[in-house]
Write a protein of this length. Structure first.
Length: 330
């Protein structure tokens, strides 16, 4: 649609200050991610062509390095042991917390990274973080990704891992969680598991989830550039992942699923400056309309992925821990 045919609100060029209503640590986190002119430092360059495997390898290495840098402050505090195993043919990092008791509960963690990044070491660290947080064994799926392995490879791996866990744990003692792209795959795993006749897990934890690959929500416009972590849409990555499949299919965009057929109780979180805020609030409404228990937690001023250690992040972690503890079956 040509610009003159579009209807909307024209916004004047202006500097939008960081909110004084958030903690000093959160304000500092936002300020650290813009240059003196107020431009975000995280704008990603144009992505390589789908068949440019060398270019993709270089970009993945660069972005994965950034992700690891963001996770670095947590490293000294991680206590869970971890081993690499195979679950249903999928590569999985199994993390066991210190002093773990009976192995009767499991947390299946699905890493984020735009469905393209976040493999390997950052996935492993995520397993340790979740195991330490919840005091149970955590299984983190190091799923296959494009350009070599587009959809449905990642979802196949997540479902295979969940199916294998059902041989070891009662479904009411399994919780699936994921942030960003991991939230997409966690929700898609639940939908596909249900459609294939598998029992649903006890609950889902969907943190700033990428639930709509069509990017049709309002905040893909209103929070563009205001999100200092994810300042612009990811449609090129979404199309690379989908490999020609319709982006609106529920296994690609779980927001468009039919939740009336059954779906786990869900914890949903985003921030007022999160590019994916619309994904989260629309999913909450969709689940509520279908009668699915769902909690919605929106944090003031928070960008995609949080403030990286501010008091608000600790508050979110406490809310997640409460939700998880309340939904174990036994």
């Amino acid at each position: 649609m040509a610009d003159q045919e579009m209807r909307g609100v024209r916004v004047e060029a202006r500097l939008v200050p960081f909110p004084q209503s958030i903690s000093a640590e959160a304000q500092a986190s936002l300020a650290a991610r813009v240059n003196p002119d107020g431009k975000t430092l995280n704008l990603v360059d144009d992505v390589p062509a789908p068949d440019d495997l060398v270019g993709w390898a270089a970009m993945k290495a660069r972005v994965d390095g950034v992700i690891l840098d963001m996770m670095a402050p947590a490293r000294p505090y991680l206590r869970a042991s971890v081993e690499t195993i195979s679950l249903g043919g999928a590569t999985v990092y199994a993390a066991t917390p210190e002093g773990a008791g009976a192995d009767d509960r499991a947390y299946l963690d699905i890493h984020g990274g735009g469905l393209v990044y976040g493999a390997g070491e950052s996935c492993l660290l995520g397993a340790q973080m979740r195991a330490d947080q919840h005091g149970v064994r955590c299984y983190a799926v190091d799923y296959r990704m494009p350009p070599e392995h587009p959809y449905p490879a990642a979802l196949d791996d997540c479902l295979a891992a969940y199916r294998a866990l059902l041989d070891r744990y009662a479904p009411e003692n399994i919780i699936i969680g994921g942030a960003s792209a991991g939230g997409n795959l966690a929700a898609a795993t639940a939908l596909r598991a249900r459609d294939e006749g598998l029992p649903l897990p006890a609950a889902l934890v969907l943190l700033t989830p990428e639930l709509d690959l069509t990017e049709s929500g309002d905040t893909f416009e209103t929070n563009r550039t205001f999100d200092v972590i994810l300042p612009k849409p990811l449609l090129p990555l979404n199309r690379l992942y989908a490999a020609g499949h319709p982006l609106e299919h529920p296994y690609l965009s779980p927001l468009f699923g039919d939740f009336s057929k059954g779906f786990p109780p869900s914890f949903l979180q985003a921030g007022t400056r999160d590019l994916f805020l619309s994904n989260t609030v629309r999913m909450h409404r969709a689940l509520r309309r279908a009668g699915v228990p769902a909690e919605l937690h929106i944090f003031e001023g928070m960008p995609h992925g949080g403030f990286m250690g501010a008091p608000e992040d600790m508050e979110l972690a406490a809310e997640v821990s409460r939700f998880v503890a309340a939904h174990w079956g036994g």
